[in-house]
Design a protein around this ligand. Sequence first.
Ligand code: PLP
Length: 430
Amino acid sequence: MTVQSAHKETIVLHAGHRKDSATNSVAVPIYQTTSYQFDSTEHASNLFALKELGNIYTRIMNPTTDVLEQRLTALEGGAAALAVSSGQAASMMAIQNIAHTGDNIVSSTDLYGGTWNLFSNTLKTMGIEVRFADPSDPENFRKLTDDKTRAYYAETLPNPKLNVFPIQEVADIGRSIGVPLIVDNTAAHGLCKPFDHGAAIIASSCTKYIGGHGNSIGGIIIDGGNFDWEENSGRFPMLTQPDPSYHGAVWTEAVKPLGPIAYIIKARVTLLRDCGQALSPMNAFLLLQGLETLPLRMERHCENASKVASFLQSHDKVNNVIYPSQMSGETKRRAETYLSGGYGPLVGAELKGGMEAGKKFIDSLALFYHLANIGDSRSLAIHPASTTHSQLKPEELASAGASEGYVRLSIGLEHIDDILGDLEKALDSV
Ligand code: PLP
């Protein structure tokens, strides 16, 4: 029996595991095995036919990874989850699971750069068109939808703009047409529960706040179990028509006795089987270790970030601070509606001195690490215009929300005096 709770602080410690059934181990064991002995030929054939659930091969399932999947499912209030090798693998599979050549998805323009590349280049080579919608008006999603649209896609708290996505508004439009909303909740796990606002699927990176210590790459797809694929069967033949890759299984039928988890089971037993983006058991263990303190860490990340935003706001070398609590109008309303327990762990600042100031500032930091990541327990910084966004022209930079003087700060768990002291020194140097 695992402990049931509605509280995230308890869920991250107890969901999916009480003690190991073989050894009574309280810490989740690392099942570093590729394969599992079948009890008999009948047992083996039942497992392959999905008549019985159980372990076959670690590319498709693993008991350590299973705890991570159950815990994140419980945290987000979903029905089931699939852990994969990276956040990128999660986004890719979340779409590939319901869209193929000739189909399209409508995505928010405000995306992580890697996802942007995946959507505008790699998916295109596979014949999946991605139409980009400006989320400032949710109706833009409806306008780009046609009968080949298989999903909407967005990030809860996209950086560098940090403008919270209108989850309920776009999910409602999608549900009225029969299109599920996939949300990348990477920067807001513990602050926002997209399923409470109508999202159908979560596809996130665990590399950031879930792992939280900058040591493991991983991703998660969570099925909300709240989207009726059968009612919209015309859009989702991959779930509602016989699948030739699995002896003609109709996923929505075959999986019914197990619950509303057709989407995630199909992803596991077809895409993960065929494409192999499996998470290693060791990484699942490290991500679980991080997950145990996610709510506690998120609280402090947000508290420190809020203090950093106020400090930067009053600094004379800073033109503009980008932080959800300091926004106004509809953008502020969205932050207040969709985030609870803090305004997020990321802060943007536009330095008055532009490109040169941005670079000088980064070079002068001593406590903050200069690297291309977010969500470490340590404070991190990057100057997008000279790194991640260096191929963009000034006007493109502005529309991406990263002007020449923009610096992105992922605020860590150090003492706030040390964080502010480092920022002050770096600002003095520009
Ligand atoms: N989604 C967001 C919002 C991200 O910031 C990132 C990585 O920075 C990813 C997805 C991709 O995750 P991963 O690096 O684990 O592949």
